[in-house]
Design a protein around this ligand. Structure first.
Ligand code: ADP
Ligand code: ZN
Ligand code: ZN
Length: 741
């Protein structure tokens, strides 16, 4: 007779997650039992009946079959938050591929023994007028850090010390000297586990504009009518989206429910948080990567006990176990950081829809440049779309100049700065206004292009750029197609065909050659190893300590710089030619955001986009700040080539210590998939775009299908196969991947 065994986790108070117990599956449950289900089991010496969760099922028995106990029955389902979290883990495991343990660890915070933590605060001791006088004095003496802190203390009498040092980039010695002068004191409290507590005055919320109010009314009408809808607010930065989110959160709280506010980690600034604290006081809490596991655990406990109504945080905040969740808001929903990079590689947007379904909540997405996924769903009517078109903060959209770099070369300019950009930079320096130079290296994978005609070497099968791969070969990272690197351009015969090599450092040097007295700040992976250095550079620039900020994509996010009136985008093509199907979308988003950085204040702004492909639709629509136009063209491309969101794609990634074994396994698995379903499209395998990291070789193949579920069943088949054939290689699954690996 067939025997089946189940691993059961008996206690999800988390320390024991690593240790499931094996039970025999009784005949009557054989065909019913699934991973993630709740069961009752006899436990311990007294065989007390308790509740457990199935984490895996197999036909091998791990210890003496004679002593193995049997599952008693099925447990009740979906009663507590915990059960919903388990169900969610089951859904994540199924849809993204991972073990149940990995999925459980994703949704449940690790229980930690808790240290008494000490929190320090800086409190202001002097009155408003005295503070303003002191602030003026510091400004005159150019003590910018001191002045900055005083300015913050004007709005806020007490500020966590950690915020001041890390977020505002103000040193301990600055705080000390203000303490000596009697202006502030440092107070400490122990045992208080709310990571950010700001004592705030009640703030009267802004009266919503007609358009804002309409969104709130419509959404809450649905909610009160029992509908749990999904919504997308498409609106440029400063159009009042956050104000709408806050009002919706308030409405939900008024109905006895709680809310999750998702924000990309990088946008989780003090300013943003402060707005929420001012509105919701100590009923709001924050979850971020700098919290210790103990603090994270505490946040979850507080949420469970009903001590908070709102949690703000990056994607993991989605798993906050509120007893009565009503709303999930996801700001900047197009951000790539919403996708997990570790297994299970879940996307917070899709997972948010599932959380909302399980917990009877609604989902509100917001973005200035919505993802193709969200907008596509809106076009299908699955998401209700709202537009906010006016910028409430004043400032106008900048004038955009698109410079054709091929023309520059033709006319003898070989510099990385076009003549237009040089001219405008000189003008800004003369007028003492600030500029940002943006080098778009995101997703850059060593593509080859012609500087004379702009021709980019592409894969004839996949329509993505080929990358340089050592030994003079070009390779496609989807299908593995290779061809030799050409010596002259196949299009125009020019010998100026090569990769793009300039980095931010080189740009800084060239800038100083042109303008010897220019003050430059540089921001890239090298200068921002820590989070503090990132904030420090931004606040130094905001303080006017430099004329030009040079940086990679990280400078286009977050912070507002009202004195920036010029943005130069040095090579729009770098991200355009990234070897994956999202290149156009990402370029459009980055260019739109970058252009939008100029002219946020009272002074009008200008932007220069330098490109070899001025006619590319991602460039022209970004220059015109025309989202709809871009979407219409991009969705046609996705439809034509069967890329998400129109179809779906699964990347199977193989990591091996041996190049030979990796190649072999990748090939074998691809064949198994082809045999499993003749109608499914398998592309590759190919070496990954970064073929080797730390001596581990990486291979990948892709599977495309219009039905997501068909990809899930391929994944299930492969998981089973890998479990029974036990390879030393690591195999990971990535559904609708955000990046080529
Ligand atoms: P977004 O989230 O779209 O960038 P915000 O909600 O942050 O926009 O709004 C931009 C600015 O406009 C903020 O300073 C905000 O306080 C202000 N604001 C938003 N809505 C209103 C309103 N109805 N009345 C007055 N000011 C508003
Ligand atoms: Zn050419
Ligand atoms: Zn290809």
């Amino acid at each position: 007779m067939r025997e089946l065994y189940a691993d059961v986790i008996v206690d999800i108070s988390h320390e024991k997650l690593d240790r499931p117990f094996q039970y025999r599956i009784p005949e009557k449950l054989m065909d019913i039992l699934e991973i993630g289900m709740c069961v009752t089991i006899p436990f311990g010496n007294g065989n007390r009946i308790i509740k457990g969760y199935v984490t895996s099922i197999s036909d091998t028995c791990n210890f003496d079959p004679a002593r193995m106990k049997e599952i008693a029955g099925l447990g009740e389902k979906d009663v507590s938050v915990e059960d919903k979290m388990i169900a969610l883990a089951g859904w994540i495991r199924k849809n993204y591929g991972a073990t149940m343990i990995q999925a459980l660890k994703t949704v449940l915070p690790a229980k930690q023994s808790v240290k008494q933590l000490e929190h320090k605060y800086v409190q202001r001791l002097i009155g408003r007028e005295e503070l303003i006088a002191l602030y003026g004095e510091c400004e005159r003496k150019h003590q910018t850090a001191k002045a900055r802190l005083l300015r913050e203390l004007l709005n806020q009498e007490i500020i966590p010390r950690e915020w001041i040092t890390s977020k505002l980039g103000i040193s301990a010695s600055t705080i000390n000297s203000l303490e000596k002068a009697g202006a502030v004191r440092v107070v400490s409290e122990t045992g208080y586990r709310n990571p950010v507590r700001v004592k705030t005055k009640e703030e009267v919320p802004n009266k919503l504009s007609v358009n804002q109010a309409r969104i709130v009314t419509e959404v809450m009408q649905d909610f009160d009518g029992g509908e749990r809808g999904s919504y997308l607010i498409h609106g440029i930065t400063g159009s009042g989206k956050t104000e709408v989110y806050m009002q919706l959160i308030q409405e939900v709280i008024d109905r006895g429910r709680q809310a999750i506010m998702l924000i990309p980690e990088i946008a989780l600034t003090y300013q943003t948080l402060l707005r929420f604290y001012k509105r919701f006081g100590d009923r709001v809490s924050v979850m971020n990567s700098t919290l210790s596991p103990g603090e994270k655990y505490d946040q979850c406990e507080r949420a469970k006990r009903g001590e908070i109504d709102v949690i703000i945080g990056p994607r993991s905040a989605l798993f906050t176990p509120f007893p009565n969740l009503g709303l999930i808001v996801m700001d900047e929903e197009h951000e790539g950081s919403y996708k997990s990079e570790a297994a299970p590689k879940y996307h917070a947007r899709e997972t948010a829809f599932e959380v909302a379904k399980l917990q009877d909540a609604m989902v509100v997405l917001g973005s200035a440049t919505p993802s193709m996924e969200a907008y596509y769903r809106a076009s299908l009517g699955e998401i209700k779309l709202f537009e906010l078109n006016e910028r409430l903060t004043g400032g106008s959209l900048p004038t955009v100049h698109t410079v054709d770099l091929r023309q520059e070369l033709k006319e003898g300019n070989r510099s990385i700065f076009s003549r237009k950009l040089q001219e405008l930079l000189a003008d800004r320096l003369a007028r003492q206004e600030q500029s940002i130079l943006f080098l778009n290296r995101r997703g850059y994978a060593g593509f080859i292009s012609c500087r004379a005609c702009g021709h980019v070497m592409k894969c004839p099968h996949c329509d993505v750029s080929l990358s340089e791969h050592g030994n003079g070969q070009l390779i496609c990272h989807y299908c593995g197609y290779t061809e030799p690197k050409p010596k002259i351009c196949p299009q125009c015969g020019s010998k100026y065909i090569s990769g793009f090599r300039a980095g931010t450092q080189q740009i800084e040097e060239k800038l100083k050659e042109m303008f010897p007295r220019v003050r430059v700040l540089r921001m890239d992976a090298d200068t921002t190893k820590t989070k503090e250095s990132y904030e420090k550079i931004l606040s130094a620039f905001a303080n006017g300590e430099a004329d030009v900020l040079v940086g990679t994509q990280m400078i286009v996010k977050g912070h507002d710089f009202p004195r920036v009136t010029l943005v130069g985008i040095l090579a729009a093509d770098l991200s355009l030619a990234a070897g994956d199907y999202r290149a156009g979308e990402r370029t459009f988003q980055l260019l739109t955001q970058a252009v939008g950085r100029a002219g946020r204040g009272k002074l009008p702004g200008e932007a220069v986009i330098q490109t070899y492909q001025p006619e590319h639709y991602a460039v022209t629509y970004a220059a015109a700040q025309d989202y709809q136009g871009f979407y219409q063209e991009e969705i046609l491309y996705r439809e034509m080539l069967g890329y998400p969101p129109v179809a779906h794609m699964l990347a199977v990634q193989i990591y091996s210590q041996s190049e030979e074994r990796g190649t072999e396994l990748a090939g074998y698995l691809a064949v198994r998939v082809r045999n499993f379903d003749q109608n499914i499209l398998v592309i590759g395998p190919a070496p990954a775009s970064i073929g080797k990291i730390k001596d581990i070789f990486r291979f990948v193949f892709y599977i495309k299908d219009t039905e997501y579920n068909r990809l899930v069943s391929v994944k299930d088949m492969l998981e089973e196969l890998l479990k029974s054939e036990k390879y030393p290689e690591t195999v990971l699954f990535d559904f609708d991947p955000m990046n080529t690996l």
